[in-house]
Structure formats: structure tokens, C-alpha cells
Design a protein around this ligand. Sequence first.
Ligand SMILES: *Cc1c(COP(=O)(O)O)cnc(C)c1O
Length: 223
Amino acid sequence: MKVVDKLALVLEEIDKACKKSGRSREDIKIIAVTKYVSIERAKEALEAGITHFGENYDKGLLEKWEALGDKPVWHFIGTLQSRKVKKIIDKVDYVHSLDRLSLAKEIDKRAGKPVNCFVQVKTSAEDSKHGIQPDEVIPFIKELARFPNVHVVGLMTMAPFTDDESVLRNSFRTVKNLQRQIQDLALDYAPCTELSMGMSNDFSIAVEEGATFVRIGSALVGE
Ligand SMILES: *Cc1c(COP(=O)(O)O)cnc(C)c1O
């Protein structure tokens, strides 16, 4: 299926979720996750009008960046090793995987200007899903005051891999609640207005629960 046709289906789902939850469509941005697809397919997504692109490995990011340039808004969504920061940091507009102070320190040191970061929250017991435990998120955000180039635009999570809607909703609600608590702190460096949550299998529910960025791979650009 062409990307334009897949995009139409995704938009339809998002529209439905917005209606159901009383949200407005403009508040949700779609990130095309191109990690599994060819450069050709990524170009097709760009031509379909998608402006946000996400990659989860430094190599993939650099490859797609070479091909598509700085036309798209680039999101680094994968686990980020500190030693890889300097390779990618001037190419990305958002980092979705801030999950430790050593990484914040490295981003702060390597970036010439403030970087939009999402703090990744662990809402799943799966080891493959990284992030900070929910009860440690607020203390972590307070510590980030030391790093002027780390700008906390929001929180990110990967929900457990399941079809159980209540489990998914719980995971997204945990993050939404944390967002409210952080906003109450009114920290200049952590406005935390955004929520990066929802993938191919759960983006409708994520939108209903307050996502502002959904990260969609297979359902949008899958071949
Ligand atoms: C791969 C990936 C996605 C997209 O996954 P799909 O299930 O293909 O939509 C979203 N977020 C992260 C962090 C990913 O690694």
C-alpha cells in the first residue's frame, strides 16, 4: 500500500480518537518511524506530506538524514548511548529517550544550543523498554536544572506490547498524570507540554489519553 493511502487510514483513526475524547486534530503530530524502511520509502513519506521523521539508531538516522536533509523535523526515538550523542545531536530536533543523568550531561556538553528532550518513562515491565520508573521521574526532572542545554518539552513512553486496552490506558494515564505534576512545578527548563506516546498498535488509545506526538512505523510506512 502506498504511504498516502496508509496516511489516510491513520488520519481517520486519529480523527475518530479526537472526536471520542474531545481533542482537536491539530494538537497531534505524526512522526513517521522509518527505521525498517528504505530511503525510497522514506522519500515517499516526505512526498506524502509527512514532516516529522523518527529513527532509533544513529546509523539509520545519519543515513536517512543524508538522503532527506534537514527538510523534515528529525526525532531520535531510540535508546541513546552517550558516546553516540556527538554524532547525531546537531542533526536532530528532538530526543525522545532521555533516561539518565549521564546522558543529560553528554547532551548538554555536545549541543551548541538547547535540545528538545522527552524524558522516557518506563511503564512496562519488559526489559527492552527503557526509561525512568514513574516515581523517580519528578526527582530526575529537578536534577536536570543543572544542564542548560536540556530543555524538557515532554514525556515519552512505550506501552507494554499487549492488546489489553486497560493495560495500555493505564500506561498512558500514568504518564499524563506525571505531566500534570511537572507542569505544576512551573520550571522554565521543563514546560513539559508534549506527550510522545502511541505506536502502530496503540496510537488511537494514546491519542484518547492525551498524546501530542504519535510515533508510527509499520501502520504508516511499512512495506
Ligand atoms: C519502532 C518504534 C516505533 C514504531 O513502531 P511501530 O510499531 O512500527 O509503529 C515507535 N517508537 C519507538 C521508540 C520505536 O523504536
